[in-house]
Design a protein around this ligand. Structure first.
Ligand SMILES: Nc1ncnc2c1ncn2[C@@H]1O[C@H](COP(=O)(O)OP(=O)(O)OP(=O)(O)O)[C@@H](O)[C@H]1O
Length: 289
């Protein structure tokens, strides 16, 4: 069996309805150890302050949405967490360990994964080969030039991940022949390779059709309990259905945190981000992508 059985892991059913009125964000954060802690993190680009004094704590296994208008600093936040662009000041801790000065690959070794807004797939390879390479890349046999055997652990895991992202019937299809939505699903499979503990999803629903968005939500909701994620998403419907907590950013700062219900009903959020005339009911079927 593959090490991570995505298929048979319990679903958490973290939809908004189940969250309603029960778990306030503060209570969520009191339990469990933290996957991620940011302490006074800032990032400057010359005179521009892209991130200013960010303090953020995400529990192990927590699903968090980061929302905010264009230029709010969301992607810069991800870059600071992954080490792609280290912070100008402040500390980053992953699972209790200070990784502020560690390179990106050391953070990957500690279970951090990321998807990007742009595609990083091998177009000339099949779906299963893309996943296999990702599994092999984080495994012990990554420098082996031999063809994988049927019982190769990385191949077993690749098959499991193929199923987890609903691409079974596209197994041997070349990536270039996949629809855009299927390519995004494949990117999620790559992020699941190895032993991820915290995944950063950068606008996974961007450019997807309504049907593909529904499938994306199903895939994210079915991830195993122990895998937490932070999702940047402009589509409120997707973000609030998969997240149990929300961080709102504006001008490089965090200006609000809460449960999806608290955020959605917050007058300041409505004015700044959702539009003054927004009501929670508007969200059904609505998209800002
Ligand atoms: N490499 C860079 N060099 C200079 N400025 C940058 C760089 N990366 C980001 N910025 C600036 O930092 C600010 C925050 O950008 P960022 O991409 O983090 O915002 P965002 O919230 O992710 O926006 P979007 O939703 O449009 O992706 C913006 O003013 C942007 O122009």
């Amino acid at each position: 069996m593959a090490q991570i059985d995505i298929t048979h892991s319990p679903k958490r059913g973290r939809n908004r309805e189940q969250n309603r009125g029960t778990d306030a964000l503060s209570r969520l954060q009191e339990t469990g150890r933290f996957a991620l802690e940011l302490e006074a993190v800032s990032r400057h680009f010359g005179a521009l302050v892209a991130l200013a004094d960010i303090n953020l704590a995400v529990r192990a296994g927590e699903r968090r949405a980061v929302l905010g208008s264009n230029g709010a600093g969301k992607t810069t936040l991800f870059n600071a967490i992954t080490g792609d662009f280290p912070p100008t000041t402040g500390r980053v801790r992953l699972f209790g360990e200070d990784v502020t000065t560690l390179p990106a690959y050391e953070r990957i070794r500690r279970g951090l994964r990321r998807t990007y807004q742009i595609s990083l797939l091998f177009n000339g390879l099949s779906v299963i080969d893309n996943i296999f390479l990702a599994c092999r890349g984080v495994g012990r046999g990554r420098f082996s030039l031999l063809r994988p055997k049927k019982d190769d652990g990385a191949m077993e895991m690749a098959e499991t991940l193929l199923h987890a992202v609903h691409l079974d019937d596209r197994r041997d299809t070349m990536v270039a022949e996949l629809s855009y939505g299927q390519q995004r699903q494949l990117e999620i499979a790559l992020a699941l390779s190895g032993a991820p503990r915290l995944i950063l999803f950068d606008e996974p629903a961007a450019g997807l059709s309504p049907t593909e968005r529904t499938e994306l939500v199903e895939i994210l909701q079915a991830l195993p309990e122990h895998i937490g994620f932070i999702i940047i998403e402009h589509d409120m419907d997707v973000a609030l259905r998969v997240a149990e907590s929300v961080t709102m950013m504006h001008n490089g700062r965090i200006f609000k945190e809460g449960t999806p219900e608290e955020i959605e009903n917050d007058p300041e959020v409505q004015q700044l981000y959702l539009g003054q005339d927004y009501t929670a009911q508007d969200r059904t079927g609505g998209s800002r992508g």
